[in-house]
Design a protein around this ligand. Structure first.
Ligand code: SF4
Length: 382
């Protein structure tokens, strides 16, 4: 398959790993501790475990799995808000599939559907708009979720709804932004990261320039990375090369997809429909300034938050959940007390076990871990 097979070549992967080992040995830091490299994006976390990349790397490199899975960082209170909207008479609540099973404080959207709410899985917000056209007597709500990757398609759907004069469509906006999140991670006293694998999908929309502060102010390198095994290994190699040479720059390994300046039409649609929220609540990370967007006043009639009364209650995660520590990379998934026992993909307690991009789900699925907490050595795929 073009653009896939050539990025999964075993021999090239082995060559890259050897070069990574050589570079790692030349970096002074690795003599006292492993280099900590964070992959921000959940898609990278999934690929790293799917292809066993972590187990191929020398022990002098530690991959830290960041908060780049939007389903995983959705706080419980927002899931409760979704359920409250979905359970209103006359509402058709539409969502991407992986958000259906995220636990709320009482139930998930899947459970609300089982209890009689009209919750439907869609593949795009345009599918939700089509439903609104088909059912003019119903209120169709789309669950807008995700980073800048999915923000443009929701914005364009709102613009289409306006152009078509559709009144029974709205978006429950939970879109989040990547840059303040990375800044919050860099400011966290718990973490001492040496570099970042930059998110490929988000960067396809925003480009490379918004990350400049990471290099300029925090003196950390970032390499925007693709999602195939060779993409990730090459990006790690590029990061190590920067570290060995004492450089901190924003480099783009994923040039076949990510334009340096981003996608202008997508950014224009986002700017037209959304504005930054003062702050947004993240599961496990707390409130982060300017880390989410809301629908502008001009498009208020498409804003489910204004159209319907929502509980908007802040709900703490169950005490046994350690999603926050895992999201910040302070704990490995298997170090959570309930990993593989009370919390599994079939019975998720935390959101990181729901989406395939969640670190806990990826560890569980590809780490050979079944139903008990397992020491790290056994958890790693080789
Ligand atoms: S095992 Fe479950 S509760 Fe623990 S961090 Fe992972 S998702 Fe959260």
């Amino acid at each position: 398959m073009k653009f896939a097979d050539e990025f999964r070549d075993r021999d090239k992967a082995r060559t890259l790993v050897r070069e990574i080992e050589t570079l790692a040995d030349q970096i002074e830091t690795t003599k006292t501790r492993p280099l900590q490299l964070m992959e921000v994006c959940g898609g990278h976390t999934h690929s790293i475990f799917r292809y066993g990349l972590e187990g191929m790397l020398p022990s002098s490199i530690e991959l830290v799995h960041g908060p780049g899975c939007p389903v995983c960082v959705l706080p419980m209170g927002r899931v409760d808000d979704c359920v409250a909207i979905a359970e209103r008479p006359g509402v058709i609540f539409t969502t991407f599939g992986d958000a259906m099973r995220v636990p709320g404080s009482k139930k998930s959207l899947m459970q609300a559907k089982a209890d009689g709410a009209d919750v439907r899985m869609v593949y795009s917000p345009m599918d939700a708009l089509a439903l609104a056209r088909k059912h003019p007597d119903r209120e169709v709500v789309f669950f807008g979720l995700g980073f800048e990757t999915t923000m443009p398609s929701t914005a364009l759907t709102v613009l289409q709804a306006e152009a078509d004069g559709i009144e029974n469509f709205s978006v429950f906006c939970n879109h989040i932004t990547i840059v303040p999140t990375i800044k919050a991670i860099l400011d966290s006293p718990d973490l001492h990261l040496d570099g970042f694998l930059g998110p490929g999908h988000v960067s396809m929309v925003i480009g490379a320039a918004p990350y400049a502060f990471i290099a300029e102010f925090y003196k950390r390198p970032m390499v925007i990375a693709g999602f195939e095994p060779l993409d990730i290994l090459q990006s790690i190699w590029m990061l190590l090369k920067q570290i060995r040479e004492g450089r901190a720059e924003i480099e783009n390994q994923y040039t076949r997809i990510v334009p340096e300046a981003g996608n202008h039409p997508a950014l224009a649609a986002v700017a037209e429909v959304y504005e930054l929220r003062e702050f947004f609540e993240w599961r496990g990370l707390g409130s982060i300034d300017h880390s989410g967007v809301k629908v502008r006043d001009q498009y208020a009639r498409f804003d489910a938050e204004r159209k319907f009364a929502i509980p908007n209650v802040k709900i703490a995660d169950p005490k046994s959940c350690q999603c926050g520590e895992v999201l910040k990379g302070v704990l490995k998934p298997w170090q959570c007390k309930v990993f593989g026992t009370l919390c599994t993909p079939e019975t998720p307690l935390g959101a990181l076990m729901v989406s395939p991009e969640g670190a806990c789900s990826a560890y569980y699925q590809y780490g050979g871990i079944k139903r008990s907490n397992t020491p790290e050595k056994e958890a790693v795929v080789s």
